[in-house]
Design a protein around this ligand. Structure first.
Ligand code: NAP
Ligand code: F7E
Length: 330
């Protein structure tokens, strides 16, 4: 009988980790999720699969805990998705962001180097590394110009991954993923903030939605599609980095307009611009060139911009209406 492959996902409790865990379970992997200790459980996104994955405790800040987990599990693949991923927090906590998002990657790679150099390693790089990009669309050749401590930390993670590949012949690759969203997106990110806000306004719980810069443009895809690209990158014969994107860009204003009009509301009646939500340095336009991923990985996003918005608004309408349902006495 063929032995089941084991994979470790760091950040399994996050948006991408939850979709990737589902994807790898379907592929027949034994899935191990690395979780940090917390006083309350953060398993909301994986509650439906928690009995089919194994959770192991370690922290990106603690080298020995990572080595011990990898030694115990001996995975064939590691997906390093854990990080401090919210850009505004990186301005408030730049040092901690560097510890998690930059040095955390070195700790993971050092553990791979020490325990088993045959383990295949995926690093979650980001379009935020392009930041103030000199041209559009962005591809692997585009120079980096990050605009936040988060973007800077991700560049460190990106290059240390390449460095371990070149220095120690580890199959270590970076996926430079452009923004990807879903009903499981954290509520502080703009798309989910909008879908939650629209649902609450539609259901009469809130009267306004406060937002920052509506002119920023992003290349938004669906997280469920993007985890497939992560897996495909680790199945190739040669390690190589990829840009993963839809190749389309839309402004925050477009997203807002479509989300409100989907529930027959006019966004202008509800959106309030709050200058406090502007960033010290903004990334104005991002649009990725997914040609190489399409050609070599045969990867293509399935969910388009409109469908993504509808999916997120529908899910939040359902969640919000569940919370306001009157309780029927027994
Ligand atoms: P997310 O929802 O914010 O999840 C982050 C995960 O990291 C959570 O599971 C969190 O665990 C874990 N984590 C944070 N600090 C940790 C530590 N010290 N030790 C162990 N685990 C820790 O992020 P996401 O959207 O799924 O993104 C996944 C990865 O892709 C991140 O590295 C992100 O920077 C990167 N990325 C995301 C996008 C995007 O558009 N979503 C695009 C490009 C790159 P807790 O539950 O304990 O907080
Ligand atoms: O902001 C503008 C804001 O926080 C998008 C992370 O997953 O993707 C994400 O980073 C845009 C920015 O995502 C609000 O100024 C306006 O221009 O949803 P976001 P992000 O910063 O692009 C990359 C690829 C990652 O790697 C990151 O981990 O929207 N915006 N008004 C707002 N943004 C927020 N959050 N809240 C607002 O009220």
């Amino acid at each position: 009988m063929k032995k089941q492959k084991a994979a470790i996902i760091t950040g399994i409790t996050g948006q991408d980790g939850s979709y990737l865990a589902e994807y790898l379970l379907k592929k027949g992997y034994r899935v191990y999720g690395m979780v940090r200790r917390s006083s309350t459980e953060t398993f909301e996104r994986i509650h439906h699969i928690v009995d089919r994955v194994e959770l192991v405790q370690a922290d990106l800040l603690d080298q020995l805990s990572i080595i011990n987990v990898i030694k115990k599990i001996r995975p064939v693949e590691i997906y390093n998705l854990a990080s401090q991923s919210f850009v505004p927090t990186s301005f408030e906590q730049p040092v901690l962001t560097g510890e998690f998002t930059a040095l955390g990657v070195t700790r993971m790679l050092e553990a791979v180097k020490l325990v088993d150099r045959k383990i295949r390693f995926y690093q979650a790089s980001s379009s935020e590394m392009f930041g103030h990009a000199p041209y559009t669309p962005q591809c692997l050749k585009t120079p980096f110009h990050p605009r936040s401590p988060y973007g800077v930390a991700k560049i460190y993670g990106h290059w240390i991954t390449i460095n371990y590949r070149e220095s120690y012949k580890i199959f270590a690759v970076s996926g430079i993923l452009f923004n990807h969203e879903s009903p499981r997106r954290g509520k502080e990110f703009v798309t989910r903030k909008i879908s939650c806000g629209v649902a609450k306004i539609k259901l009469g719980i809130e009267k306004e939605l406060r937002l920052g810069n509506l002119e920023a443009k992003r290349d938004w895809g669906f997280a469920g599609d993007y985890v497939e690209a992560m897996w495909l990158m680790l199945q190739q014969s040669q390690p190589r980095d990829y840009v993963v994107a839809t190749g389309e860009t839309h402004s925050v204003r477009d997203f807002v307009k479509k989300a409100f009009s989907y529930v027959n509301l006019n966004w202008k009646d509800y959106v309030v611009i709050d200058p406090a939500l502007y960033r010290p340095a903004e990334v104005h336009v991002l649009k990725g060139d997914p040609t190489e991923a399409q050609k070599r990985l045969k990867w293509k996003p399935k969910v388009d911009f409109e469908r993504l918005i509808e999916m997120m608004v529908d899910a939040d309408l359902q969640k919000v209406s569940d919370t306001i349902k009157p309780t029927i006495p027994a």
